[in-house]
Design a binder for this molecule. Structure first.
Ligand code: IFG
Length: 529
């Protein structure tokens, strides 16, 4: 669970009050009214304000249902956030009294909250978060966090009051697939850096973490039957650094951590293009049998597995078998993008063959939308990353049953620069300020795609120019919350005027969490003094 400083609690237990974060801030907080229930990102499906506010009492408890380890884990997660900043003990209890903070599981289907939704009712006696699933409870907790003062996110405890406005929220997502992709191949990002990003994504109810594990510059996942992929293919990165990779144990640590934040990991093995690291590691994968040199530049489209060779099929089988075995989630992403030096017939043959292998190992195929140029297998998912919305094969495949994840590069690519001054990132899909990341509709972004074919959205962050958490955060905040709202909130609530105000109110929370965000001129950020 969340790692937080235990110092305040220790001091409290010794009867010594830790130094409050900032007395004037406490006075301001005491004077300030509780945040309006609508001031949440993503904006909830329905909000009914009214009735008295709830104020967390020092002796409050977090009530969880008996017999649900998942609900207790969500309770502990919430306690891990509230204890350091309030200094309160906040014990978990199953005594079913409806007072303080209550996490309640309803009968499936009872509250019409679906697989991930929740109800949050705030009265002077209690804040009750009820859901049919523990995922719903977890998402309700994210909303509760945002209804408490931003200082609730701090490491050091403040003086409160910890008040939540009175009223009722009934909330559930528009789309089931709300993802973020992190490219750990161009620049390697450690388990700790990935876990930090997972915690930040959880704030906005993201539920899929797509890891781009392999590319020309590096192979980042250990494959026992192919040790050179990481021993050699994982030994460098863009710019020539030492690269790195995840052992199976480390990958499974990421999977577990993501699952504890109700996020499913989607591993991507990009093929047949973007494979220089593999081609350098095993000469047999090249048509001439000669291993390629390692590559540390940022060009794309120059590499391809040698499709006709049986050795290539064996390689793909080894890799997919092992990645599928270490991935509890239902998806396996096979890439398929920018295979510019793969012959057309070879590309179709390869994509058709690889899809069969993925299905044989019990996973659902995801591929970049170029796989619609082959024969998408039944149940396959295409991830759209175009910018024009006029790609005919995508519409044809969608009409024939292929489902889509929308990642239009001119709205959802977090590695695009904000403007010409942005120090990192790329610009091939156009400068992307916050409003451009927000103002699009997944249901209509590609012409001819039935709205029912759209599974959801994903925000890719490619790492050619991104080396650490600070740079991840600079590009992801504030645009990731924009895409999270596009994926979660009803289309009817979509409003840049409303969103930019609610986004501005997130800034003190990001500051409290140490998130290095870009202060976009499009957002009325609060005066920070
Ligand atoms: N396109 C490539 C990525 C990355 C990206 C950077 C896709 C599917 C440009 N493929 O996006 O590997 O280089 O913006």
């Amino acid at each position: 669970m969340r790692r937080r400083s235990v110092v305040p609690a220790l001091l409290l237990s010794l009867g010594v009050a830790a130094v409050p974060a900032a007395p004037h801030a406490a006075a301001a907080a005491a004077a300030a009214a509780p945040l309006p229930l609508t001031q949440v990102v993503p904006v909830p499906a329905s909000v009914r304000a009214g009735g008295g506010a709830f104020t967390l009492a020092e002796d409050a408890a977090i009530h969880v249902p008996a017999g649900s380890p998942g609900a207790a884990a969500v309770g502990r997660y919430l306690a891990g956030i509230l204890r350091p900043s309030t200094g309160y003990g906040l014990p978990l209890t199953t005594n079913a009294r409806r007072e303080g903070i209550v996490l309640a599981l309803t009968e499936p289907g009872a509250g019409n909250t679906g697989a991930e939704g929740y109800r949050l009712q705030s009265t002077p006696r209690a804040v009750v978060i009820s859901a049919a699933t523990t995922a719903g409870l977890f998402h309700g907790v994210q909303t509760l966090r945002q209804l408490l003062p931003a200082s609730v996110e701090r490491e050091l405890y403040g003086l409160g009051p910890w008040t939540v406005a009175g009223g009722t929220i009934a909330d559930r997502p528009r789309y089931a697939y709300r993802g973020a992709m992190l490219d750990v191949a161009r620049h390697f990002h450690t388990v700790q850096q990935v876990e930090r990003y997972i915690d930040q994504l959880a704030l906005y109810k993201i539920n899929r973490l797509h890891l781009h594990l392999t590319d020309d510059q590096g192979w980042r996942i250990a494959i026992a039957s192919r040790p050179r992929l990481t021993a050699y293919g994982g030994s460098t990165q863009v710019g020539g650094g030492t690269g790195g990779y995840y052992t199976t144990a480390e990958y499974q640590q990421i999977v577990r951590y993501a699952a504890s934040r109700y996020m499913t990991v989607v591993p991507e093995i990009d093929m047949p293009g973007h494979t220089n690291a593999a081609l350098a590691s095993y000469g047999e994968l090249n048509c001439n049998g000669v291993p390629r040199a390692l590559y540390t530049g940022t060009a794309v489209g120059f590499s391809s597995l040698c499709v006709p060779k049986p050795a290539t099929t064996q390689f793909v089988d080894d890799v997919i078998r092992e990645v599928a075995a270490m991935t509890p989630g239902p998806y396996l992403h096979i890439g398929g993008d920018e295979a510019r030096v793969t012959g057309r017939a070879d590309y179709v043959a390869f994509v058709d063959r690889v899809q069969q292998i993925v299905r044989r190992y019990g996973k659902t195929v995801i591929g970049w939308h170029q796989i619609t140029g082959a024969d998408p297998a039944p149940g396959a998912i295409a991830q759209y990353w175009g910018t024009k919305g006029d790609e005919e094969p995508v519409a044809v495949a969608a009409q024939a049953g292929t489902r889509l994840i929308m990642s239009p590069a001119n709205h959802a690519y977090l590695d695009m620069k904000y403007d010409e001054e942005t120090p990192i990132g790329q610009k091939w899909a156009g400068y992307t300020e916050v409003q451009k990341a927000y103002d699009w509709n997944p249901a209509t972004v590609v012409r001819g795609v039935p709205a029912s074919a759209v599974l959801g959205v994903e925000a890719p962050l490619w790492s050619e120019t991104v080396t650490d958490s600070s740079e991840i955060e600079y590009l992801a905040f504030p645009r990731l919350p924009a895409i999270a709202e596009v994926g979660w909130s009803p289309a009817a609530t979509h409003s840049w005027a409303s969103f930019r105000q609610r986004l501005a109110a997130q800034a003190p929370r990001w500051t409290a969490l140490g998130i290095n965000y870009y202060r976009s001129p499009q957002v009325p950020w609060p005066w920070t003094g």
